[in-house]
Design a protein around this ligand. Sequence first.
Ligand code: NDP
Length: 294
Amino acid sequence: MKLIDGKAIATQIKEEIKAEVAAILDADMRGPHLAAILVGDDPASQTYVASKEKASREVGMTSSIYKFSDKVAEKELLEVIAFLNGDPEIDGFIVQLPLPKHIDVDKVICSIDPSKDIDGFHPENVGRLASGMEGFLPATPAGIVELLRRCDIETEGKHCVVLGRSNIVGTPMALLMSRKANPGNATVTLCHSKTANLKEICRSADILIAAIGQQEFVTAEMVKEGAVVIDVGIHRVPSKETKSGYRIVGDVAFDEVSEKCSFITPVPGGVGAMTIVSLLLNTLKAYKGKISTV
Ligand code: NDP
């Protein structure tokens, strides 16, 4: 079994981005600028946005956070989005999800300029992905594709089973694996909570991508000998062995599954490490798109 070291690959890509940003700044040009809108005080969202800001700084990009209370009116949020859409100094931005219940998430996503939609959630970018056209890919699936590419994992002609059909991970992941590209060209089965014979389907997977949000759901008996296993899940489990009082596990029962597969991503240090890097790559792409039209 080979461990897919997402952390090491993410560090390497960050160095590549850093060199590119340094070259831009050395040429006395404005550097890439990424912004994030954060609503409320959900700890996971705060941590995630803070990590994005830290990562942008590390690679030399400018980063801004627009913070709002969870009482913010939808109208106010839409006005800020309109402001960011029109600000030529902002190359791309994200609206951190989830949003409070009184805000229409679809309306918010649809109000983002697709050319600044570095999360790849706007229907135009989703449509571009489905049509095989150039656009912004959602960060987590894009990060997984990059891991497969950099680990030279063959996907063509393979049976790829994706567990979970969320708009953020499962559905775009299935589209990416089935598109005419490398990595891609796989035969994809997309599974969800209503899928019958889930275990059998998983056992037939050459590549199994678990994004169902169920702690250690994928066990050894669900995995074919020699399969590639990608674990997207993130769960905090109480632990007396760590300082923090918890440890992080995924959607895959790592210890037993790792005995059986050819490649596996650890949690933490696998897929999660790549998500922010994908966002930085999208920011650079948004920046270059704009620069080339100036
Ligand atoms: P969602 O909760 O939005 O979607 C879960 C999907 O799994 C749904 O499609 C659901 O089916 C399906 N599902 C749930 N239970 C079962 C089951 N028992 N059998 C079959 N299918 C099931 O999750 P996300 O896609 O947002 O996230 C998935 C996991 O990935 C979470 O643990 C999350 O924390 C993690 N995550 C990690 C990221 C990273 O950077 N590493 C980024 C984003 C998420 P149905 O549609 O029928 O309800």
